[in-house]
Design a protein. Structure first.
Lengths: 261, 228
């Protein structure tokens, strides 16, 4: 091996995953998944329905416990943590954006309350500060300030999704998990959301793991891409390399099956 | 040497077409020094674009090495290539790939914003490039996805020249431009060379090629089995 100079790689991975496996009885949810995610990096996970990508995401985010493997976040062993410690981590450092905003929002609480509640959960107590921060975040996700007292049930799907993002990002997480964040939205709304996500990632230096079946979305959002089939990672690498020069037969099939517009 | 390619080879394996193995390049070797522009020539399909894509890193090298500013792209990790593309290696492709709805001025300023430039400075640089490339100011707040082919190409060029990359790949930068804009692009290339950029490009436009290229490399010499 020839000497390889290091290019801005002195820092440690934010999130390191090794040999992660989740079984349901004899059936494999996901098997032997390993990767490192660095600060500011966006990792895309693609695959068809049933490929194990959502199972993987829920194990990564702590919603399910894997059978085997190691997860380390900022040098701390996540699976060895107690429940309280892991919940605190999920509340302060992590965020999870669900495909269906109803799963990530409280539909009976106002938009401002949805955002403010998260701040209170991490210790904010001053009403004026909470409301001001909530208003600021609604603005960042392009929800007009005069909608702050409306309930999310009065919002369109795209607005609900933007509200869910505000609710998740208001506490300043460093790692965001997203499950099909643009799924189920009209394409024009998708574009707006993609733009928003890209800017947030860039401006806040977020790391993100995005599960999607949409190759166009990962091309625009993800630095790196992982392709899953039958619970296993068949290929991973730089996003445009995986999409433009896929090495695995399954990835070749996936890429060549996309309709060109 | 800013770009140093040694014994580069490439094979495509088509798993869904009977596992067909297609060797497309072998023994590719070339250098591009700082301040130099090297033009790739050879018939369509001879491998000019393939070579450019391997340098950019979206095509995986089969064998050999591609050093850009000291990093071997053929062996680098995704993370190293991302850092290389951010700071050192630029690429003006023939296609503009952007998030729909992002204003043109932001599309052009983005490479500078990613490097941490103050937004005002990045937008000022973007505005000056768009002005030089004759994109009317009333279009700057619109997404370039609705623009004509020639306008999109000029936006792409503005974006590619926003940061002074030490190494730059140009894929047909003057195709489909009128003579006035072509002249602007050729001047941008000359200025980049004068400030020390190493440029590797494909130029079908012979007049443009003769003006900016210091040397030409015929990629047919890198066709597998070719006599060299």
């Amino acid at each position: 091996m020839t000497h390889q100079p290091k290019f801005l790689v002195a820092d440690q991975p934010l999130f390191a995953v090794e040999g992660l496996t989740k079984r349901y009885g004899a059936r494999i949810g996901c098997a032997d998944v390993s990767f490192d995610l660095f600060p500011g990096e966006v990792l895309g996970i693609v695959g068809e329905s049933g490929s194990g990508k959502s199972t993987l995401l829920s194990c990564l985010a702590g919603h399910q416990r894997p059978n085997e493997g190691r997860l380390s976040y900022a040098g701390r062993d996540v699976l060895a943590m107690g429940e309280t410690e892991r919940r605190r981590l999920a509340r302060t450092d992590w965020a999870f954006v669900h495909q269906n905003p109803r799963d990530g929002l409280r539909m009976g609480v106002s938009a401002g309350g949805n955002v403010g509640e998260r701040l209170m959960a991490v210790g904010a107590r001053h009403y004026g500060t909470i409301r001001a921060t909530a208003t600021d975040w609604l603005g960042r996700v392009e929800i007009a300030a005069d909608r702050i007292d409306d309930r999310p049930s009065a919002f369109s799907g795209g607005m609900q999704q933007r509200l869910q993002i505000a609710r998740n990002l208001v506490t300043g997480p460093r790692l965001v998990f997203m499950d099909e964040p643009t799924g189920g939205l009209d394409v024009s709304v998708q574009a707006r959301l993609l733009d928003l996500l890209r800017n947030l990632v860039r401006d806040l230096g977020l790391s993100a793991i995005i599960v999607t079946h949409d190759l166009a979305v990962v091309r625009l959002l993800a630095d790196r891409l992982m392709v899953m089939k039958d619970g296993r990672v068949v290929e991973q690498g730089l996003t445009d390399q995986v999409l433009d020069d896929p090495q695995h037969g399954y990835t070749q099939l996936l890429v060549s099956s996309v309709l060109q517009v | 040497m800013m770009i140093q390619i040694r014994d580069l080879s490439k094979t495509f394996t088509l798993h869904n077409q009977g596992g067909a193995v297609i060797p497309v390049m072998a023994g590719a070797t070339l250098d591009v020094a700082a301040g130099e522009c090297v033009g790739l020539v050879g018939a369509s399909g001879a491998g000019k674009s393939t070579l450019m894509r391997m340098v950019w890193g979206n095509y995986r090298a089969g064998g050999g090495s591609i050093r850009v500013g000291g990093l071997d792209v053929a062996r680098a990790t995704p993370r190293e290539i991302i850092a290389l593309r951010r700071r050192t290696l630029g690429y003006v492709s023939q296609f503009l790939r952007v998030v729909p709805r992002v204003p043109t001025i932001e599309v052009v300023a983005e490479p500078l914003l990613l490097l941490g430039s103050p937004p005002e400075a990045a937008r000022a640089r973007a505005a000056s490039l768009l002005t030089r490339l004759n994109i009317p100011e009333r279009l700057w707040s619109l997404s370039p996805t609705t623009f004509s082919g020639g306008e999109q190409q000029r936006v792409n060029i503005a974006r590619g020249f926003a940061h002074a990359y030490p190494a730059l790949l140009l894929d047909e930068p003057t195709a489909s431009l009128d003579s006035e804009n072509r002249e602007v692009v050729l001047r941008l290339i000359e200025e980049a060379k004068a400030t020390g950029s190493a440029i590797l490009g494909i130029f079908h436009d012979e007049v443009a090629r003769d003006r900016v290229c210091d040397r030409l490399v015929d990629v047919r010499a890198f066709t597998p089995g070719a006599m060299t």
